[in-house]
Design a protein around this ligand. Structure first.
Ligand SMILES: CCCCCCCCCCCC(=O)SCCNC(=O)CCNC(=O)[C@H](O)C(C)(C)COP(=O)(O)OP(=O)(O)OC[C@H]1O[C@@H](n2cnc3c(N)ncnc32)[C@H](O)[C@@H]1OP(=O)(O)O
Length: 232
């Protein structure tokens, strides 16, 4: 077990949930992708009320089929190959969660993290632009990943946003994050979202605190319940 792996397990009290084979994971990722399309269709549809009611009945039947075999918790919070928590149903990055855009985070050679993503009309706040809370959610996840990439993961204690320009939906966006300072159990990181023109739309600064016990001192793991994983 790598050092980062061990710290992540203690910070987020990660335990393997019910194992999922690759075929099931791929099938559920495909299902989530179709549900994302369905969600976008619902937001944009202009069908008449009778058709909307008919589709609603079909969707209710589909939900009942899925609930016929139901997990008590979202699937799998485990350590991925990069030594960090891989949460298949994370609401930002989880391929198995239809709510997630999803935003795929990668590591940069400078020790930070980055992502390239597009948000659709499902995430609209002000007309034509992304909801500010959605930007905050993406940045919280990205900043958390930066703290983890630094080997100092933690729970988000503070998250400060500066909305410099509206963030448009339906166009390619990029976001980066990097740790600026780590002291004791606290880690500070900065992040930005940029539009297709490269201009910053949102800046963020966050402070993460490693829960007591995460250093393996025999204490509890703070408020992170067993089986919990990072939540944004
Ligand atoms: C690729 C995939 C990667 C995956 C990478 C993972 C990505 C994860 C991204 C999502 C992360 C989240 O959203 S996490 C979910 C949102 N966050 C939460 O729910 C956190 C809830 N809060 C907590 O659990 C707790 O309050 C903690 C752990 C943050 C702190 O509790 P604690 O450890 O008991 O803290 P405590 O001993 O009292 O204080 C320690 C020091 O920190 C200060 N302090 C404590 N709380 C705060 C605070 N909120 N804001 C400022 N300062 C604080 C105290 O004054 C003290 O300072 P001094 O006296 O020492 O100076």
């Amino acid at each position: 077990m790598s050092g980062t792996d061990a710290v992540m397990r203690r910070v987020f009290a990660v335990r393997e949930r019910e194992a999922m084979d690759a075929a099931t994971e791929a099938a559920l990722a495909g299902l989530a992708a179709r549900v994302r399309e369905l969600t976008e269709a619902v937001v944009h549809t202009a069908v008449d009320p009778a058709e909307a009611a008919a589709v609603a009945a079909e969707v209710a039947a589909l939900a009942a089929r899925l609930n016929a075999a139901r997990r008590a918790e979202p699937p799998i919070a485990r350590i991925g190959g990069n030594g960090l928590v891989r949460q298949l149903a994370n609401p930002v990055s989880g391929a198995l969660n239809p709510v997630a855009p999803p935003v795929e985070i990668e590591f940069t050679p400078d020790g930070g993290v980055r992502t390239a993503f597009t948000l659709n009309g499902v995430y609209e706040g002000p007309p034509s632009f992304v909801h500010g809370g959605v930007s905050a959610m993406v940045l919280d996840q990205l900043l958390g990943a930066a703290a983890a990439a630094n080997g100092t993961p933690g729970m988000t204690a503070t998250l400060e946003l500066r909305y410099r320009r509206p963030t448009p939906w339906g166009v390619p966006l990029t976001a980066t994050a990097k740790v600026s300072r780590a002291e004791g159990r606290k880690t500070w990181a900065d992040a930005v979202i940029a539009g297709p023109d490269g201009r910053t739309t949102v800046e963020a600064t966050a402070m993460f605190i490693m829960p007591v016990g995460a250093h393996g001192d025999g204490g509890s793991s703070g408020d992170v319940a067993d089986g919990d994983a990072p939540r944004g």
